[in-house]
Design a protein around this ligand. Sequence first.
Ligand code: SAM
Length: 305
Amino acid sequence: MVYHETVLLYESIDLLGVTPGGTYVDATFGGGGHSRLILEKMGGKGRLFAFDQDEDAKRNTEQPEFSGNPGFVFVPSNFRHLKRQLRAEGVRPGTVQGILADLGVSSYQLDTAERGFSYRFDAALDMRMNRQDGETAADLLNARNAEELQRIFSELGEVRNAKTLAHAVVREREKLPFRTTGDLVELCSKNLMGERMRYLSQVFQALRMEVNDELGALEDFLKDALEMLAPEGRLAVITFHSLEDRMVKNFLKTGNINGEINQDFYGNISRPWTLITKKPVEPGQKEINQNTRARSSKLRVASKI
Ligand SMILES: C[S@@+](CC[C@H](N)C(=O)[O-])C[C@H]1O[C@@H](n2cnc3c(N)ncnc32)[C@H](O)[C@@H]1O
């Protein structure tokens, strides 16, 4: 099994502007596709810190281009702790030349039944990227109240009958707690609205994003990235979800995730970034044909002022 088919590889690394001798971060190592090209461009000079919170991803660092490179450092951590982890490695704020994040889950995570990310297999309903920490998707379904569940389905999954589904979850768990992906698929099948696969994808995506607090982690990461970058250092982010893309777009335009413009007492506007991509870069038809998962990807890049 291929661990992960890298999305927008050349576009993202070109725009990151990697040069030999710099300090770089790949916040989402996964199968190492982006890291491999960053190291190539670094030509054996400088350092690359690669983060991943999934201990299965660490195995990919055993490949010689990583394990044999003294400038490569794997950081087994959530990227929301970017600043703390880099400081622990001796990297000072304001000194990093480039940071890349390719958000979401890897194909390996989706295709490995026992991780519980996919409605295609019957397995424990887990969905944690970091299996050492936090509540599983089953815990969440068995514990949250109907209003919370409705918010999750509706905001993160755009599930049209979020309220109906939330109440159905609460009724069902009174009979028997949720344990497996199959339990959830069965309940969804009784409450389907629209096309079956699309409905299941939306429900599973919403739960995954909540279990891993993906929007919260992205917010913390963006703030830390701005602090860690050197002037003219670049941030490149690939998103797969409209809420993530909006957050990145706002942050790169204004320095705030809600898009509020910072003005001083005299009305001067302070912007921390110069946009390198005025519009998001999207994959071409050829890439989409080869890798359907690339379909919803959007790349935004900016340079710190
Ligand atoms: C889309 S994959 C990255 C693929 C990689 N760019 C490649 O080419 O192989 C996302 C990876 O980031 C990790 N990840 C997602 N959110 C994370 C977070 N908040 N902190 C650390 N790692 C995260 C996942 O575990 C997964 O391995």
